[in-house]
Design a binder for this molecule. Sequence first.
Ligand code: SF4
Ligand code: SF4
Length: 313
Amino acid sequence: MLSETQQTAATLSRRTFLKGLTGTAAGIGLSQIFNPKLISAMTKGLETHPVLWIQGQGCTGCSVSLLNSVEPTIKKILLEIISLQYHPTIMASEGETALENMYRVAKEYKGKFSLAVEGAIPMAADGKYCISGEMNHKEITMLQMTKELGEMAGSVLAIGSCAAYGGIPAAKGNLTEATGVQGVFKKFGIKTPVVNIPGCPSHPDWIVGSIAHLLTKGIPEVDENGRPLLFFGENIHENCPYLEYFDKDIFSATFTQKKGCRMELGCKGPDVNADCFRRRWNNGLNWCVENAVCIGCVEPGFPDAFSPFYEKA
Ligand code: SF4
Ligand code: SF4
C-alpha cells in the first residue's frame, strides 16, 4: 500500500510523463491523454496489459534508442508506464526461468497482452538462423516464438525497420530470408493486428507513444505501410526547414554548407514520411538532415531502395 506522499509522487510523475508526451509537438495527436478518463484508462491498462519484447535479427539499436528516452526517463517508463514483463537485454532474469515466465504471462493474458518484436525473423532453414531461447534442451527459434506469441497476443508492435519490413537483415543477398512480422503472419495466416513502428533505429517517442496509445485508446490509425499516422503522417521534404532553399534552387555542395537543400548530397526526404523534422533526435538536439541527409530509414525497402545513401536519387 502506497503512503500519501508516495501516491502524490506517483501522480506527479505520471503527469510529468503525460506532459512530456504531449508537449513535444502539438501535432502528435496525444493531447487527449490529459483527459482524466484516459489517464484512468492508462492506469488500468498498466495492470491488465503487459508487454512482452522479443528480439530476432537486429543490432538491439531500437532497445538502445528506447533506453535513451529522456522525457519520460527510461526508469519512469519501465516502473510506471509500461508493464514490460520480458526483454532479453534489460531484464534481470535469464534462461529457462525467464522464458517460462514469458509463456506464463502470455497464457494468463491471452488476447490482451502486446507483443513487441525487435529485429527481423529469418524464415530459411525453418528459422534455424536465429535461436531466441532454449527450454528443456530444445532450441526455440525466433520464427517459432513470433508465431506462438503472435497468435496469443492482442496486438503486435513491430519495432524498428527490421521487424517492420525486414530492414538491413533483408538487404540484397538475404540468405536467411529475413522477413518482417507482417510477412511471417501473412505466410502462416496469423490475424493478430500489427502496428509497424519503423526506423533504424525507431525514435523512443514513437515506441512509447504507440504503446501509450494502445493502453489508452487501442490500436492507432495507420497508413498503407502499417505505421501510426500520429508519427508517420507527414512528408519530410514538405516540412523540411531547408525547403525554402529547394524552392530557390539553392543546393549544398558539402555537408558543412548549411544554407542549401541537401538533395544533391543524396537526401531522400521527398520519398519519406516521418516527423523527424519536428521531433528531432537525442532529446531534440539534432536530426539527420541538419548534419547529413535523410536516408529513408523508416520506409519499406530500406536500405536497398535508398542506396547509395550519399548520391542524388
Ligand atoms: S534537405 Fe532533403 S528534405 Fe530538406 S528540402 Fe532538401 S531534399 Fe527536401
Ligand atoms: S530523417 Fe530520415 S533517415 Fe533520419 S531518422 Fe528520420 S526517416 Fe530516418
